[in-house]
Write a protein that binds this ligand. Structure first.
Ligand code: SF4
Length: 188
């Protein structure tokens, strides 16, 4: 019984759908521009730290794809770091869960200036599908000063690259990040 089933599974094509085609030239151009912009602004490559504030892990899968074989950001110097103390950008996913508020704010406080907060995914933007939950404050902007929002459920990796590029290019090379409409310094 088992052998025919195993043979059948080995011989038939995968049932999963193929992913959308990746515009490799566009992605490479975006990543190179982002690397150049971060070198001009920071004098080195951009260091990114992911912070989960209660997401379903869908956004994390897309963020992980940035380090995978297709996007492979690290070939250009852009890298994910293990601690917010080494990060320029905090990529925050998920809604602002009440139980995670202190941890997320402590991660933000640990990051050195200049630092930017990017809310990744619909949940981080405004709470998304978890918006009405008793356990959720709303979007990440409720607990952190957000500099950029990247909507989508989940957003594609290319969209994250575009967002990061726009964020870094928008910073003046000779100035610290200025408070903007989305950057309200919180009172922790
Ligand atoms: S935006 Fe979508 S994929 Fe991302 S954490 Fe929310 S529900 Fe999950």
């Amino acid at each position: 019984m088992l052998l025919p089933r195993l043979t059948c599974n080995l011989l038939r094509a995968p049932l999963t759908e193929s992913g959308p085609p990746v515009p490799e030239v566009t992605v490479a151009a975006l990543a190179e521009r982002l690397e150049a912009a971060s070198r001009a602004r920071l004098g080195r490559s951009l260091a990114i730290r992911h912070v989960g504030s209660g997401s379903c892990n869908g956004c994390e899968l897309e963020i992980n794809a940035l380090s995978g074989v297709v996007y492979d950001l690290e070939r250009l110097g852009l890298r994910f770091v293990a601690s917010p103390r080494h990060a320029d950008v905090l990529l925050v996913t998920g809604p602002a869960c009440r139980n995670m508020t202190e941890a997320v704010q402590r991660a933000w406080q640990c990051a050195p200036e200049p630092k930017w907060v990017v809310a990744v995914g619909d949940c981080a933007v405004d709470g998304g599908v978890f918006r009405d939950s008793y356990a959720v404050e709303g979007g990440v902007g409720q607990v952190l000063p957000v500099d950029l929002v990247i909507p989508g459920c989940p957003p594609m990796p290319g969209l994250m690259l575009e967002g990061l590029l726009a964020l870094v290019e928008a910073q003046r090379e000779d100035a610290e990040p200025q408070p903007g409409p989305l950057r309200n310094e919180p009172e922790f």
